[in-house]
Design a protein around this ligand. Structure first.
Ligand SMILES: [Zn+2]
Length: 206
């Protein structure tokens, strides 16, 4: 077992870890949240990026690289910037500078249901809803970590998700391009190095 672990460690680079504090301001069951976050983790783990979610964040010694807020709906409906009237921007939004992601749980219910014009909230399957939530979170994390204002032609960072691909079982359509994965790994490694040198400076100054 140890030999196998060592062997595997020799093949793949050690995963870089990202801590993600989540402020849950929407009424979602623990099961839905857990399975959504699992979906998000799976999208990043193939690229050697491990996500560590914290659902009860209580202040960090160093500011988090990215923060997630989940709310039922926007205070005022607004279609944001780069690509108008696209699904993903009705489902979530990322403030690049603050690296703050906001997701809207009720909007996502409408997207999963496939009917945006319905006024009452649709009844959606928990598993399918969680899967879609995890994918939208992964997309917004991509914006935040890549500092990407626009979109790619395909994969996770494309500009719009059809109802079908959001809810489909397979996650092939949600892959990150290798160069994007590398850019995210570089950002995370850079943040680790900065935190380390800040900690060392604190020790030196003591
Ligand atoms: Zn987007």
């Amino acid at each position: 077992m140890l030999t196998l672990t060592l062997l595997l460690a020799g093949l793949a680079p050690a995963p870089v870890t990202l801590d993600v504090p989540i402020y849950l301001g929407a009424d979602l069951s623990e099961d839905i949240v857990a399975s959504a976050l699992h979906e998000t983790e799976r999208i990043f783990e193939s690229g050697g990026i491990a996500l560590r979610f914290d659902l009860s964040p209580n202040g960090h010694s160093s500011p988090p690289l990215v923060t997630v807020v989940v709310l039922p709906r926007p205070a005022r409906f607004k279609v944001y910037g780069c690509s108008r009237d696209r699904h993903d921007h009705r489902l979530g939004h990322t403030q690049l500078r603050a690296r703050r992601i906001t997701l809207w749980s009720e909007q996502l219910m409408r997207a999963v249901d496939g009917d945006w014009d319905r006024t009452e909230l649709p009844d959606v399957d928990d598993h399918v809803y969680a899967r879609a939530l995890g994918r939208v979170l992964a997309h917004e994390l991509g914006h935040a970590l890549l500092g990407l204002n626009g979109h790619r032609d395909g994969g996770l960072m494309r500009s719009d998700f059809s109802h079908r691909s959001l809810t489909a079982r397979g996650r092939r359509a949600f892959r990150l391009a290798e160069e994007d994965l590398q850019a995210i790994r570089d950002t995370l490694l850079d943040a680790v190095a900065k935190n380390k040198s800040a900690a060392l400076r604190l020790l030196d100054g003591a």
